[in-house]
Design a protein around this ligand. Sequence first.
Ligand code: PLA
Length: 409
Amino acid sequence: MASLEGSVFSSVVQAPEDPILGVTVAYNKDPSPVKVNLGVGAYRTEEGKPLVLNVVRRAEQLLVNDLSRVKEYLPITGLADFNKLSAKLIFGSDSPAIQENRVATVQCLSGTGSLRVGGEFLARHYHERTIYIPQPTWGNHTKVFTLAGLSVKTYRYYDPATRGLDFEGLLADLSVAPPGAIVLLHACAHNPTGVDPTLDQYEQIRLLMRSKGLLPFFDSAYQGFASGNLDADAQSVRLFVADGGECLTAQSYAKNMGLYGERVGALSIVCKSADVTVRVESQLKLVIRPMYSNPPIHGASIVATILKDREMYEEWTIELKAMADRIINMRQLLFEALRTRGTPGDWGHIIKQIGMFTFTGLNREQVAFMTKEYHIYMTSDGRISMAGLRSQTVPHLADAIHAAVTQIQ
Ligand code: PLA
């Protein structure tokens, strides 16, 4: 008989907190009234509150009041309407790939789940298991793709000296990648750097990738958040789809519809022909079924309700633009606050960078100092979520940055 004393799990070691979500855990434990959480990329209002979009509330009301709606299982691939509308949103409503039935779209558990399902599909069915991810990138990419069965390598992306794109390095690294390798690209608003290639640079990347048969895998977690315009933020993806070649896209509605906890997203695989697409979709079902069987119904129903109604869609774009504009405004305020303080260094990147984050250039020690002395919570790579900032907290953050750069080298 097994002993009642001592756990069979006693050899399990304590795991470290997640580098991003763990910042919120530490923040929650801090009793300071001046604490600020700029870790996870979660939008807050000017009052510091999480935001449920008005159009989302309206869609939820419609859904709740519709007594014909039931809670049956969705198909393995998710809500059909949601999938069609999601493909249109990212590829464009006039996309030939959609018209020619060359897109297999499956509803997944937000952006992360879409990346994971895409990764597992590639590990099973694609001839080249190496995926190149930008250096740096969202911290979870390495883990998601490694556990999916891919071998992860990096390509140069960010140049700390210019605080801009290392375009030469990027092209050089991709040009020596093995033929057929998968390349992860952020569709827009690169996390954590806020640095995106221009459309011209994307065109050069496309030419190089297509000439070597490299397979693009887009992570689109911020469509609409970069520029405030959904079409503008999808241009990189559309450039690659327009040439008739193949690619994968993982979409998330966490940020642009504020549906973080609903876990709603989609994986689309654009194929060369309609018959390949049908077979690809059949295999995606075999990836999904043993993992979580089928996806949840509520979040996808909200998205579908909004996307298929012209008036609700319009309302969404206005609310989305307001979120993007507030973030851009915070960039301006922080930049000016540092200039007023005469903080050493060139802080122009704060207003140049795109999307939810500023990659400050602050080092690990400076970040630790700001957390200890000023109760500012951010990731140790110096990333700040601008979406968590508000006019009222800008001076406190600027004081903290000023003290960090003048006191800690
Ligand atoms: N891809 C990128 C580039 C992301 O930044 C994030 C989220 C995701 C995918 C996954 O989003 P989802 O699964 O919630 O749809 N990044 C956040 C949150 C906002 C996180 O780390 O989970 C971040 O703070 O970086």
